[in-house]
Every structure is written in C-alpha cells, then in structure tokens.
Design a protein around this ligand. Structure first.
Ligand code: ZN
Ligand code: ZN
Length: 452
C-alpha cells in the first residue's frame, strides 16, 4: 500500500489521506483546516490522481469541508459514508458556505467562499451510504477486488472507522474515535482480531487522562452548576458545537429534568442546533447508531433564541439556560453575542463543554481570571469578568491509553499516525515503540508518499 498525507501540516487540520491499494486509488476524507484561511485551508489537492472512491469518515469540517473542491475536478467519484453522514453532510456544508461568505465580508479574504451553494447538489448526488458493519466488495477495471467495511466510531453521529481488505491484507483507519457511549452516540464498534496496518488518530496523545472524571459525573456537575445559577437569579450560557454536542446537552438536560434533579427554567437554543436536532431525529430513525428524538425539544420546552439585539454589558432580562453555538465562542455567533451580555454580571455562569482552541475567544476567556477584563472585538466592548466560568470534560475522542490498548489488540506490522498535534504524535510514537516494538510506526510528512 502507498499512503500520502495531503494535510498541509502534521496537525489536526485538513484531514485527507490518499491511499493506493493494488490498482485502487482511494481518498480518505477531504477536510478543511480549522485554523487557516482561504486556499491555505485546503489539503494539497493538486496532482490528485483519478480516484476510484472517496471514503468520508464523518461530517466535521476538518474531514468534510474540502469535499466539494475535490468533486469539482472529479465530479463522478462515489463518496462512501454512513447513512447518518449521507443525511447531514449537505446541511453542514451549507452552513460552511454561509460562514465563508460572512468571513469574506469581515476579513476580505477574496477566495471565499471556496465553493458555492449550487455545488452542494453535486455532493448529494455522489454520496453512497453504506450499511455499517457489512463488508462490500468493489471491483476495479482490471478485475482486482477490495472489500470495504464501515465500523461505528463513536465520536459524533455518523462517524465511522474503515476496514479495507485486499488480498488477505487488512488495513484499518480509525478516523476520529471514542470508545465510550455518549448520550446520542454509542461507543465505537471496531473490528476484532489482528490487522496488518493501522492508521490511528492521536488527538489526546499529549493529554494525560483526568483521574476520576466520567461523563456521568460531569453531567451531574453541570446540572448542579445550572441549579446554583438559577437559584441566585442568573442565566447560564452553554456554548456548544451545533453538530453533536448541542444534541448531547439537550438529552443530558432532559434526563435531569425527567429524574427531577434539574431546577425548572426556560431553555433557549440557537437556530442551527435546533435545525440539526431534526436531522438527528431522522438519523436515529434510520437505525444509524444515533439515539435522539426530536420530542426532547418539546419535553424541555426549548425556545429559539430571541434575535433582538441587546446592547453588550446589559444583562438579559429573560433568565434561563442559553444553549447556543459556537462551542469556542467564535466572534459574531449567537454564543458570543450572549456572552457579551452575561459576562459582566456575577450571578451568571458560562459552562464550556468542549475543546476550545487557545486562539479562539473561548480559549482566551478560559485563560483569564475573574475580575480581569475581556474584549469583545467588533462590539467595541470590554467586559469585566464577573460571571462564573466552568469547564466540563465531554470529549469526543479516545484517551491516549485507550488508543494504545486498541493498537495492541490490532497487533499491526505497520502503524501510521494522524489527527494530532506534534506533541501528541510524539507521545504515541514513543509509547508504541515500547508497547509494540516490532511495529513500524510512521508519522507521515505532508505530501510525502510512503510504501507501508
Ligand atoms: Zn471529528
Ligand atoms: Zn477531526
């Protein structure tokens, strides 16, 4: 097998792997780099050979965001994905076009949008959903065959890992993986038994596991935090990714409401999260390894966010829980605007429930202490931080020890590292050298082709 990492850097960026197996050319994911702008955010797609298949592991933009650009040059290549991803891919890309159009206005990046709404029809036309855990054989024009099986990967609704079998060789790509159940997505179900080559994500490689922290424990702590805030007459802002984390928080709050542990209070949600809740309901009905029912919104009496502009610094008169995108409090999003209302008032709380990059407003806010100032660029407003700020641990990625455990069970001859920042890859590489000394570990340099 030949493998080329087309991501522009050795980080969690524009995920895109070109693999050559026999006469097959397969692209695994075509993502957009979350921290780069314009054409720089794309993977290296120049010189891409004619592809036999694209496999889409899941619909986060760092895996999906450049797919329309790939399809512009190769409009007829089939994109294999889970039934849940086939449902939601176009909706996520549509939101990406909107964000790029807004960025064009705000930053003047003239290349934006990198693709248009009309190109999304092309994407929908070539998505081929595959039932999970069922191998499918594909034949090349020269008669050679490969078998592809998609395995549920936990992580987020629709996420899969991918087993490719060719001439008795087994190659497994984890994609982004979580080995524990979430409220809306069951744990990964990866293949048993040895594989020859393992391509593994390394997101948490540099993060030692937190002792005693469990998802259930964090959920209980969050409910207690909400109750304390409501009791002192404040509001709670939960900035959450609209795709996945927001639906998980809704189920979590509804469970707490059902068992009587959540103090009743109004819940407001932003438009995209509510819209995606409909998609989660459809995914769930397709038996797509997703557990979510739209009725949760009615049971919680969720209301759409009032779009009326309240000047920054002025507390919101409607008290309650504001479950809004974006998870990192990115500028000009619903969560960012509400944060500008809540931050300067001591009875309010901001609950961060996902990863915040240090370069985002969410990351910057988490590094500040109470009493310090915080600037809302674009609103011409500087807040004094008086609200409570809490961080909860609801990761969608496996811990580093679980990744090593899985690698040990696979007992591969070759391992390729992906989806991690350099220190994360370094830790995994060193650990694998001790745990699996006979395996050849490759930390691929972008653009370089390896014979694995
Ligand atoms: Zn992901
Ligand atoms: Zn990812």
């Amino acid at each position: 097998m030949k493998l080329t990492d087309l991501n522009s850097a050795q980080d969690i960026g524009a995920n895109c792997l070109l693999v050559e197996i026999g006469s097959f050319h397969i692209l695994i994911d075509a993502g957009m780099h979350p921290k780069r702008f314009g054409l720089e955010a794309l993977p290296h797609l120049d010189g891409l050979p004619p592809l036999d298949k694209v496999i889409l592991t899941h619909c986060h933009l760092d895996h999906l965001g450049a797919l329309p650009v790939v399809l512009r040059k190769q409009p007829n290549v089939e994109v294999l994905c889970s039934p849940a991803s086939a449902l939601i891919a176009r909706r996520i890309l549509r939101n990406s076009v909107s964000v790029m159009m807004r960025q064009r206005e705000e930053t003047g990046v003239s290349e934006y949008p990198l693709f248009t709404y009309s190109e999304l029809d092309r994407v929908q036309g070539v998505l081929r959903e595959m039932p999970l855990l069922k191998p499918r054989v594909f034949r090349a024009t020269d008669g050679s065959e490969i078998s592809i099986t998609l395995h549920p990967a936990g992580h987020v609704a629709g996420a899969v890992g991918c087993l490719i079998e060719h001439k008795h060789r087994r190659i497994f790509f984890t994609g982004d993986v979580l080995f524990h159940d979430q409220e809306t997505v069951p744990a990964a179900q990866f293949p048993e038994g040895p594989v020859d080559t393992l391509i593994v994500e390394t997101t948490h490689g540099a993060t030692p596991p937190l002792d005693g922290v469990t998802r259930a424990g964090e959920a209980a702590r969050m409910v207690a935090t909400v109750n304390e805030t409501v009791a002192r007459g404040g509001s709670v802002l939960i900035p959450a990714f609209a795709f996945g984390r927001m639906q998980e928080m809704l189920v979590m709050l509804n469970n707490a409401r059902r068992n009587g542990t959540l103090t009743p209070c109004p819940i407001y949600c932003s438009g995209l999260g509510l819209d995606l809740a409909d998609y989660f309901d459809m995914m769930s009905r397709k038996k797509g390894f997703v557990n979510f029912r739209r009725s949760v919104l009615q049971e919680l009496k969720v209301m759409p966010l009032n779009q009326r502009f309240v000047p920054p610094g002025q507390d919101l008169s409607e008290k309650g829980i504001y479950l809004l995108s974006s998870g990192m409090l990115v500028e000009n999003t619903p969560a960012w605007r509400v944060a500008a209302n809540l931050l300067d008032h001591a009875h309010n709380t901001l609950c961060f429930v996902g990863y915040c990059d240090p370069d985002t407003p969410g990351g910057r806010l988490l590094s500040r202490k109470r009493g310090e100032s915080f600037a809302f660029k674009g609103l011409d407003y500087v807040a004094r931080i008086k609200a409570h700020i809490e961080k909860f641990h609801f990761s969608g990625h496996a811990s580093r020890d679980e990744l090593i455990d899985f690698a040990r069970r696979c007992d591969p001859r070759a391992i390729v590292l992906t989806h991690g920042d350099p220190p994360a890859r370094e830790w995994v590489e060193e650990e694998l050298a001790m745990e699996l000394p006979s395996a050849k570990v490759t930390n691929p340099v972008p653009g370089k082709t390896y014979l694995i």
